[in-house]
Design a protein around this ligand. Sequence first.
Ligand SMILES: [Zn+2]
Length: 158
Amino acid sequence: MSDDVAQLAQRLRLGPSELTRGIGGPWSVARRVEEREMERPGTLLVGRAGPSVALLVSDDVDPVVVVGRAVGEWHGLATLEWSVDHVVVELQTPPREAAAGEVDAFLVRLADAVDAAFDAARASLVLCRYCGGLFAPEYVVYEDCCQACGSAVYGIVY
Ligand SMILES: [Zn+2]
């Protein structure tokens, strides 16, 4: 389990393994588009295959979690900024004093939303013909080759 997931679990007041079972993975904190960060400060995680799903966790004490599709924009060759698009749902994290049942219900809704966002994004993922991995279009060179295989097979230097 990555530190990013452990941190997310803490923010949402869920057990890390419980969270991972619910929403799958891997997840990592992503660089946000600056204007979006100014509109709504928070932490953006991208994950599942690709990555294809984005979770925006607002900076509020009881965070709101926006679940949708992960969309990346390259700025030059080195900087990829991500945002949430095609929002599936915005979920209010249960307050600190919430009953266990309310927390469980939140996790189920979060897991369902992540699955729905993944299903919606699945068709846009690219299967790399060399390593067999599924990649977001942001990480693909040519039509069926991931960036890592682009280096290994074609000698592309990024
Ligand atoms: Zn590959």
